[in-house]
Design a protein around this ligand. Structure first.
Ligand code: NAD
Ligand code: TYD
Length: 352
């Protein structure tokens, strides 16, 4: 094998797309997927690659330093792409400690494992940390974009934990010389996203004729990126990005939540053969999220300039593909919301 990469959180939404891309595109790389399989991790997301000879799955917790060190040594890992995290803002409001543990202490433990294993032999090594645009705080509706130099101003326990982890990553570079790199990406959407996040939640509720909870008046704006475009950016940055740099990754694609929900209704109704307007009445305005950031929007011109990356999938195309995928994979949806697969993993691997 030419290289061995440790991808953390590879059984989650974005991680599964990254694992699939690297396993299939680079048969001479060994890909070790390290995932705890929390409620958000699902090995069914990787069925199509699990038998590939260059793919290995290791169930474990990134907070377990001894375990991570052992696996890094055992597989002679020379690159880390770190995606494992608690990722849902609403959960972070209810349970901030879990976010601090996984996102801050877990990242610290991975950094320390990499520092010990690579032990100053930095040549050919890279620790690539995947972060979010939410660390930059909120923008107003009257314009402006987050750049790589926008000061950090997180508002939710989720974004505060990600901001903290980003600082640790940069500190490990500046203090110990660990070759690190950070990217901050906007909201992703596409297949295999857990249906607690806006887009799959709405599709799932439309098909089940359940209320579509829109926080506040639905005027909040997010910048949406199709997940395969994110995986393509990660590939380009892993191979061509500069150590110690930060790259913003965005969709050039801002949408107000309420407009997005209406698009999802139109697309889902059409694909289900429902008459136009059939599900409009499901929209339900609910109490706003605490500390809800009004607008996120990313300037990813640095990435375009330096590595030639731009999103390849248009919003219309991405939404069409996404709605189709969830409607064609209802068994996956039903399984992840039923908790059935959690019980299955408990039987297979013990309690989480
Ligand atoms: P996800 O919640 O779908 O998946 C997270 C994965 O991490 C799961 O497989 C889970 O089992 C695993 N995990 C959680 N705790 C772990 C632990 N202690 N040890 C090992 N594995 C653990 O998340 P996602 O949406 O795919 O996000 C992946 C990464 O990308 C996160 O770091 C997130 O902050 C970042 N990000 C996400 C978005 C987005 O829109 N989803 C945007 C920008 C950045
Ligand atoms: P979400 O998918 O949770 O991503 P994030 O909070 O990380 O941006 O939410 C996207 C937007 O949709 C955000 O402005 C909150 C809003 N939202 C709703 O209006 N209703 C919902 O049920 C959810 C989950 C989110």
């Amino acid at each position: 094998m030419k290289r061995t990469l440790l991808i953390t959180g590879g059984a989650g939404f974005i991680g599964s797309h990254v694992v699939r891309r690297f396993v299939t595109k680079y048969p001479d790389y060994r890909i070790v997927n390290l995932d705890k399989l929390t409620y958000a991790g699902n090995l069914a997301n990787l069925r199509d690659v699990e038998r590939c000879p260059n793919y290995v799955f290791e169930r474990g917790d990134i907070c377990d330093l001894d375990f991570v060190c052992d696996r890094m040594q055992r597989y002679a890992v020379d690159g880390v792409i770190h995606l494992a995290a608690e990722s849902h803002v609403d959960r972070s409001i209810r349970d901030p400690f879990t976010f601090a543990r996984t996102n801050v202490l877990g990242t610290l433990s991975l950094l320390e494992a990499a520092r010990r294993c690579w032990d100053g032999k930095w040549e050919g090594k890279l620790f690539y940390h995947i972060s979010t645009d939410e660390v930059y705080g909120a923008l107003g509706l009257d314009g402006g974009l987050f750049t790589e130099t926008t000061p950090y101003a997180p508002h939710s326990p989720y974004s505060a934990s990600k901001a903290s982890s980003d600082h640790f990553v940069r500190a490990y570079h500046d203090t110990y010389g660990l070759p690190t790199l950070v990217t901050n990406c906007s909201n992703n959407y596409g297949p295999y996203q857990f249906p607690e996040k806006l887009i799959p939640l709405m599709i799932n509720n439309i098909r089940r004729r359940k209320p579509l909870p829109v926080y506040g008046r639905g005027e909040h704006v997010r910048d949406w990126l199709y997940v395969e475009d994110h995986a393509r950016a990660i590939d380009a940055i892993f191979h061509g990005g500069k150590v110690a740099e930060t790259y913003n990754i965005g969709g050039f694609n801002e949408r107000r939540n309420i407009d997005l929900v209406r698009t999802l209704i139109r697309t889902t109704d059409r694909l289900l053969g429902n008459p136009e307007g059939y599900s409009d009445g499901l929209i339900t305005y609910v109490a706003d999220r605490a500390g809800h950031d009004l607008r996120y929007a990313i300037d990813s011109s640095k990435l375009e300039r330096e590595l030639g990356w731009r999103p390849a999938v248009s919003f219309d195309e991405g939404i069409e593909r996404t709605v189709r995928w969830y409607l064609e994979n209802e068994a996956w949806l039903d399984e992840v919301v039923s908790g059935e697969y959690e019980r299955y993993y408990e039987r297979m691997y013990g309690a989480r």
